[in-house]
Design a protein around this ligand. Sequence first.
Ligand code: B12
Length: 223
Amino acid sequence: MPEDPRLERLRDAVVASDKALVVAAVEAALREGLSASDIIEKGLSPGMKEVGERFARYELYLPEMMMAAEAWEQAMALLEPRLLASGVAYRKVGRVVIGTVSGDIHSIGKNIVAAMLKMNGFEVFDLGVDVPASRFVAKAEEVGADVIALSALMTTTMPQQKALIEHLHVRQLRRKYIVLTGGACTNQEWADSIGADGWGRTAGDAVALVLKAVSQSGRERQS
Ligand code: B12
């Protein structure tokens, strides 16, 4: 089946690392009736994946990767308010502490997961990037979180997800929190091997996982 030209335009604009082109493609897609989440998951994300693959093949370099990331931020400035507006903010389904692990400054995927969780009624405490295990746990304890969600984008920083789980064990808090892992370099096998409660490939998976985990643990809050 031929690809939807609106999605193709979004993907190509990200691959071109061109801010103006990305913004124009997003505005056009919105006018043409695509939802904010489809624009992100089916248009922009495959573009970013392609950027990463070209970087790995030395077909583009760090400056282009940075420009693609800046273009993404501009697109999100347009899309995030729409994501939130289409959400169900009146429900308080649960509390999530989220961040990108220590040593890792990739924020784009984590920001999407945070936005989608908010859109689905979660209270989200986003600690940003390069977050040490102890800070995740301190925040979770402070706000009475149900879930700790960890993003890691590099093979070198994946072990920090394991470090968080070890930190919880040492503090005898492991059973208190649902720990979810994600990020392009991770997979289900990795999550199982470190004893995480779940792993998600996309932000949509993250929402489904958190909803399921919170309801299974009988933690769902109603307000
Ligand atoms: C954009 C980008 C950057 C930007 C980041 C800007 C920003 N504000 O985030 C910049 C230019 C700064 C950057 C820097 C670097 N990068 Co970089 N980067 C990327 C790139 C191209 C895209 C990442 C991205 O944003 N993808 C789009 C989002 C939507 O996808 P995502 O993050 O995977 O998130 C989705 C899912 O994974 C999931 N998800 C994410 N988090 C979570 C969490 C949970 C709990 C769940 C359930 C789900 C979930 O949901 C998201 C939405 O669907 C990737 C390539 C790739 N394929 O990942 C390389 C990549 C990650 N970078 C790489 C490298 C090497 C670097 C640098 C070391 C380069 C350098 N020489 O300096 C530095 C690292 C600095 C550091 N200490 O962190 C490598 C890592 C290689 C490896 N195997 O470890 C990659 C894979 C590129 C490559 N192919 O070589 N990078």
